[in-house]
Design a protein around this ligand. Structure first.
Ligand code: ZN
Ligand code: ZN
Length: 339
């Protein structure tokens, strides 16, 4: 099969043997896989190894099953939860399966920037035939946002701020709407991404180069129940805490490289909570699939480009400076299986 592999200089298309399912696994013919910021980061920082296949936001069709898996699954359209988990270790019991030693598809075991990928049967979620199968790739980033919003403890009628409108921030807007949050303020810089924020349901969209989140909150007399910090900007955490109402929650969702100063006095006197959110659990993933299937999540509107496997290394490179680009999907079946 064709796959995009990590190399010393970046990524390249290569021929790899077709995956063989273990007894409890299936092989999925990949219909679509999202190119994630974490993939771009891993390639850029050299946090991969030669020959590794990334790609963890995907769906496709089961084409083969292991000896211990129901043969009835063959032909089934599925979204695949990339996060493994034994269900028994301390991390799994605490709802943090991504910290389990079971590998994650496209992160610590071969992923879906390939025509075929093997995954544990327990991680596939069937989707109906009337869902365009490429939309299954949207379940993973939506699950990330659902987990973050779960930790934000928001209620219908609350106001929330989404700080940073990259793909996760945009999915967070969708997740906040699904949670019934009424006033959703999105703060970002890229005009294209701010337009996407409005499309996803933000009620106010601000350009942080023109107005700070504090100025906007003061002018609008807003006291946020939650801030979803998705920007990794150096001052984002103190800014976020500065606009939270009493008892508010700041959820850090961005991979911030620096150590921001956290003002501890208001943290305690206002009863704020600062919490990190990474990945999601299996119920979050199933909920994300359900929202896509029932048409409640317009995340397909975020797809700026769809590329084939030979164009994927270049697309990963271009996402280093995304500009107006929001989301790119790779479509591995657009490559002939034998060349
Ligand atoms: Zn991702
Ligand atoms: Zn575990």
């Amino acid at each position: 099969m064709k796959a995009v592999v990590c190399t010393a200089g970046g990524t390249a298309v290569a021929d790899l043997p077709d995956p063989v399912p273990a007894a409890d696994e299936v092989v999925v013919e990949v219909e679509a896989c999202g190119l994630c910021g974490s993939d771009v980061h891993a390639v850029e920082q050299g946090q991969t190894y030669d020959g590794h296949v990334l790609g963890h936001e995907f769906g496709g069709r089961v084409v083969e099953v292991g000896a211990g898996v129901d043969r009835g699954l063959v032909g089934q359209a599925v979204a695949v939860n990339p996060i493994g988990g034994c269900g028994r270790c301390a991390a799994c019991v605490r709802g943090l399966p991504f910290r389990c030693s079971v590998p994650n598809v496209g992160i610590t075991r071969p992923g879906a920037f390939a025509q075929y990928v093997a995954a544990p049967a327990a991680q596939v979620v069937p989707v109906p035939e009337d869902l365009p199968l490429e939309r299954a790739a949207d379940a993973e980033p939506l699950a990330v946002a659902l987990a973050a919003v779960r930790l934000a403890r928001v209620h219908p009628g609350d106001a929330a701020l989404v700080y940073g409108v990259g793909p996760i921030g945009l999915n967070a807007i969708v997740a906040l709407r699904l949670a019934g949050v009424e006033r959703i303020v999105a703060a970002g810089r890229s005009p294209g991404r701010r337009a996407a924020a409005a499309l996803m349901g933000a009620t106010d969209v601000i350009d942080t180069r023109e107005v700070s989140v504090r100025e906007h909150a003061e002018a609008e007399k807003l006291s946020y129940a939650a801030v979803l910090e998705c920007s990794a900007a150096p001052d984002a955490v103190p800014d976020a805490l500065g606009v939270l109402g009493p008892g508010g929650v700041c959820v850090e969702v961005a991979l911030a490289p620096h150590a921001p100063a956290v003002p501890l006095f208001p943290l305690l006197s206002e009863g704020h909570t600062l919490v990190g959110s990474c990945a999601f659990d299996a119920p979050d993933y199933r909920a994300a699939v359900d929202h896509l299937v029932t048409g409640r999540a317009p995340t397909h509107e975020l797809v700026s480009e769809q590329v084939d496997l030979p164009s994927t290394p270049d697309a990963l490179h271009r996402l280093r400076t995304p500009g107006e680009l929001v989301r790119i999907l790779t479509r591995p079946q657009r490559v002939p299986s034998t060349v």
